[in-house]
Design a protein around this ligand. Structure first.
Ligand code: FAD
Length: 505
């Protein structure tokens, strides 16, 4: 492989004597004496890649990028920094699909975790125990394919699978399965982690449990996940995928809440369609051209429509009747129920085709001023009227808007993740995309939404949070702030890890 070749070339160079390397004044010179320095790059290509992310909103230039050959390279790097009189920051970068520089390290070292992906045994499936041991650098799509070879699959997903295990576990990892199985961080048995002291530790609920809970949802602040043991279950073959349209918000949320309270469905999400938005978007192209007209007509008649989206997995057909029973009493607009029958992989990987389309048109690598929020159920109607019916109604958004409920009892309170203090809460995803010159106006909308929530007393929590001041972070963590801070002092006392989150620097 490419990495073996690079390794051999590096080895040869260390024997015959490498040409003088450009070194940076930002890193201690002694670092050059470590073997891993051979895998550190100062090359413009690597630096520029590590200075950007999916959001394209911020840019932070690291001193160097480490392309590790092994976990030991990362351990040595972090340990060196920790023991150095002038520690430098280290940011593991998964797939760089953060929005606001969370995987960047200004003047520090970005560790490109994906360099580990080709190493042997980075995804190991245990059919006996129903789990997979996967490297933190692995993409969920690759985890899916490896598990399917054994007839198994992870239980909890994100909508988009080209994200790394380490990246989503540092946040939570949510999708339409969260109501049933909890977020991805509720489906991890064990992890190997490199702490900010440069120590390697295995942790689970019983061993090093404080580290285990700190790292899950920990925004990369406590350790670098090098292995996670993920819960699996039998993989179904096919999926019945249904969308129902509503113009009445109360009926929409009542039905969503009803469906998450009963057994029967495997996936429940929802979205908001403004009259100026196309029925299909990159997140999924669902409506056939013949339905398209009906759907957009309904949207322009009512201004806003809400789309309930559910799925049921199956192996042997004949579940339509059973599904219809689950839909009994739902109050969607008559004749506005649409069905699809797709393979399990196509369902889970539904966002990919939209991505490839946008890539072709050059519309994927554009600024993404996204805002993701958790809103308590008791205030979702105020949010709807103020934000969808108010701030966003004035022809001001483009891109999918997600809205779906989940249960607090599926989240483990001991993790670092922050959710509202109410049994049912909604996730809202404002997935705007913009041109190069209008992203700031979308950022202004985001600010307006957050200000509105403060004024209206809506107790939202940001998902994939971003704040500029310590006071805002303290407010975000609320009662968990003390614990978060104590854990930081314990596991990363020199604030080396993931500085791009902007919490402790
Ligand atoms: P990166 O952006 O590389 O890193 C994110 C953070 O985690 C950084 O602070 C980084 O330092 C840290 N980190 C990375 N690797 C490790 C590691 N191994 N150990 C410790 N810390 C690490 N989220 C959802 O929950 N549900 C969704 O459906 C969803 N859909 C998305 C769709 C798209 C198109 C995009 C762009 C994002 C989506 N997200 C979703 C958000 C996504 O989960 C997060 O942005 C996630 O962090 C991205 O993973 P990544 O591998 O790109 O992480």
């Amino acid at each position: 492989s490419l990495f073996t070749m690079m390794y051999i070339i590096n080895r040869l160079m260390s024997i015959v004597g490498a040409p003088p390397r450009e070194w940076t004044r930002l890193l201690p010179h002694e670092l050059q004496s470590l073997d891993l320095s051979q895998r550190m790059s100062f090359d413009e290509h690597f630096i520029s890649h590590a200075s950007t992310d999916f959001g394209s909103l911020v840019r932070s230039i690291p001193a160097a990028v480490l392309n590790p050959l092994s976990i030991d390279d990362i351990v040595s790097l972090v340990r060196f920094s920790y023991n150095s009189p002038s520690p430098f920051t280290v940011a593991p970068r998964g797939h760089g699909h953060s929005i606001r520089g969370q995987a960047m390290a200004a003047d520090g070292v970005v560790v490109d975790m994906r360099s580990l992906k080709g190493n042997a045994d980075r995804i190991r499936v245990s059919t006996e125990f129903g789990w997979a041991d996967v490297g933190g650098e692995q993409l969920w799509i690759d985890v899916l394919h490896a598990c399917l070879e054994h007839g198994l699959a992870p239980k909890s997903w994100t909508d988009y699978l080209y994200l790394t295990v380490g990246g989503t576990l540092s946040n939570a990892g949510i999708s339409g399965q969260t109501f049933l199985h909890g977020p991805q961080i509720s489906n991890v048995f064990e992890m190997d982690v490199i702490t900010g002291r440069g120590e390697m530790a295995t942790c689970n609920k019983h061993m090093n449990s404080d580290l285990f809970y700190a790292v899950l949802g920990g925004l990369g602040q406590f350790g670098i996940i090098t292995r996670a043991r993920i819960a699996l279950s039998a993989a179904p073959k096919r999926v019945k995928w249904v969308r129902m349209l509503y113009h009445d918000f109360f009926a929409f949320t009542r039905d969503q809440e009803h469906l998450i309270s009963i057994k029967g469905l495997d996936y429940i999400e929802g979205s908001v369609m403004m009259d100026q938005c196309p029925a299909n978007n990159w997140r999924s192209s669902f409506f056939s051209p013949s339905d398209h007209h009906r759907v957009t007509t309904l949207a322009s008649k009512h201004g806003i429509i809400y789309c309930l989206e559910v799925a049921k997995y199956y192996n042997i057909d004949g579940i339509d009747e059973e599904m219809e029973l689950l839909f009994d009493g739902l109050e969607y607009a008559r004749n506005f129920k649409f069905k699809k029958d797709v393979s399990y992989v196509d369902f889970l990987n539904r966002v990919r085709s939209g991505e490839l389309e946008l890539q072709k048109k050059g519309l994927w690598d554009v600024p993404h001023p996204w805002l993701n929020l958790f809103v308590p159920k008791s205030q979702i109607s105020d949010f709807n009227s103020g934000v969808f019916g108010g701030i966003l109604s004035k022809n001001s958004t483009n891109g999918p808007i997600l809205i779906y409920p989940m249960n607090k009892n599926k989240w483990d309170e001991s993790t670092s993740a922050i959710i509202p203090d109410e049994e049912i809460f909604y996730t809202i995803g404002l997935l705007h995309s913009s041109g190069l010159d209008d992203w700031e106006s979308l950022e202004d909308k985001n600010k307006e939404i957050l200000q509105y929530c403060v004024k209206a007393g809506i107790k939202v929590k940001q998902y994939l949070p971003h704040y500029k001041t310590k006071a805002e972070w303290m407010h975000h963590f609320g009662l968990k702030w003390e614990l978060f801070q104590t854990r930081k002092i314990k596991f990363d006392p020199k604030a080396i890890l993931s500085p791009g989150q902007g919490i402790f620097n």
